[in-house]
Design a protein around this ligand. Structure first.
Ligand SMILES: Nc1ncnc2c1ncn2[C@@H]1O[C@H](COP(=O)(O)OP(=O)(O)OP(=O)(O)O)[C@@H](O)[C@H]1O
Ligand code: SF4
Ligand SMILES: [Mg+2]
Length: 324
């Protein structure tokens, strides 16, 4: 798998130290045996409830966080084995944008300078930097005369445009966006999503998009991964996942979408109780305390991710009997 994909990960494991008393240290498992790939030209969505590990996964794939186990490959080469110049190239080619664009911008730097920074680092001449700045600002819909302003003079939507422009200035081939629109008004969300879709075409990007919003992912992604408490429970082509999911957790998330009716039951019937703490992950299928279909085997045996149709995997003991 790792040899042919643009970016891939095998068996990622990430734990965080959460408290340390005199004689005991506690660890929280944020990712457990997570494997995935991103193909050239593809848009891959990552969804799941808060705390399931989406941002941790996104940062590891972008090379901004180190995993405790497993491997990340860039064009088939282990990230950790890239030579320095290739590592710098990977950093440039893989850009990340965040939920809160303001926090990733220097408040004392004019936005034009912020956007030009990657060009400067790449050694682009000053006149060419100006040309590129104009081109990129126009592409993301920022008026050219705003380049001399500071980030606090912009609205949330405009700041996200600046974040995207800054990422584009590095000439990336991969864009990893972590909740790029969740802090924005609904009307602005659509504008930013449309810019991302247009940028994907104009700049030939491959994208990984983390979002709580399954409707957005359905609209823009080729494939979607559903995560639950640090693992992947389902992954498949976006259209198929929404029409014919293969995991009760995915079914519950789909049932929770306003106006999207589940075939069998409401979200409340499909999703019992609250999300357990990542510090005490249930044995067997970690979704079993909330699953209305749980049977004995679910409480003690971990279900494997099984391929049910081409490229469509799910980790549920009863997937075949529930979804045929
Ligand atoms: N630096 C950290 N130190 C300790 N625990 C962390 C740290 N970063 C993340 N975690 C924990 O790891 C788990 C996964 O966190 P992560 O931020 O990846 O989730 P998420 O799916 O992005 O959630 P959200 O939808 O709220 O952004 C959570 O239980 C979180 O509390
Ligand atoms: S393995 Fe069992 S508990 Fe887990 S999702 Fe499937 S039916 Fe529910
Ligand atoms: Mg997050």
């Amino acid at each position: 798998m790792s040899n042919t994909h643009l970016l891939s990960a095998v068996d990622l494991h990430k734990k965080f130290k959460v408290s340390s008393q005199r004689h005991s240290t506690r660890f929280l498992t944020a990712l457990d045996q997570v494997s995935l790939h991103l193909s050239a030209g593809e848009t891959l969505g990552i969804a799941g409830e808060s705390g399931c590990g989406k941002s941790t996964l996104a940062k590891i794939m972008a090379g901004l966080l180190t995993q405790n186990g497993g491997n990340v490959f860039y064009k088939g080469t282990l990230l950790s084995q890239l030579e320095q110049k290739d590592r710098i190239n990977f950093r440039r080619k893989t850009q990340m944008i965040f939920q809160d664009p303001f926090s990733s911008l220097n408040p004392r730097m004019r936005v034009g300078d912020s956007i030009k920074e990657p060009l400067k680092i790449a050694g682009v001449s000053v006149p060419l930097q100006r040309v590129e700045l104009e081109r990129i600002m126009a592409a993301v819909g920022l008026p050219g005369d705003t380049a001399n302003r500071f980030p606090d003079e912009f609205s949330g939507g405009q700041r996200q445009r600046i974040g995207i422009a800054r990422a584009l200035a590095a000439s990336p081939e991969i864009l990893i966006a972590d909740e790029p629109v969740s802090s924005l008004d609904i009307s602005i969300q659509a504008q930013i999503i449309n810019i991302l879709l247009q940028m994907k075409i104009d700049f030939k990007l491959s994208m990984m998009i983390v979002s709580h919003n399954l409707l957005i992912l359905r609209h823009i992604c080729d494939r979607v991964i559903i995560m639950y408490l640090g693992i992947i429970v389902e992954c498949g082509p976006a259209s198929e996942l929404f029409q014919r999911c293969r995991h009760p957790y995915t079914e519950a998330l789909i049932a929770a979408i306003p106006g999207f009716h589940s075939l069998s039951a409401s979200k409340d019937e499909l999703l019992r109780d609250d999300l357990p703490s990542a510090l005490s992950i249930p044995p067997g299928c970690r979704f079993h305390p909330r699953c209305r279909h749980a049977v004995d085997i679910c409480r003690h045996e971990v279900p494997k991710l099984v391929e049910h149709a081409t490229g469509h995997t799910a980790a549920c003991h009863l997937s075949d009997s529930l979804y045929g």
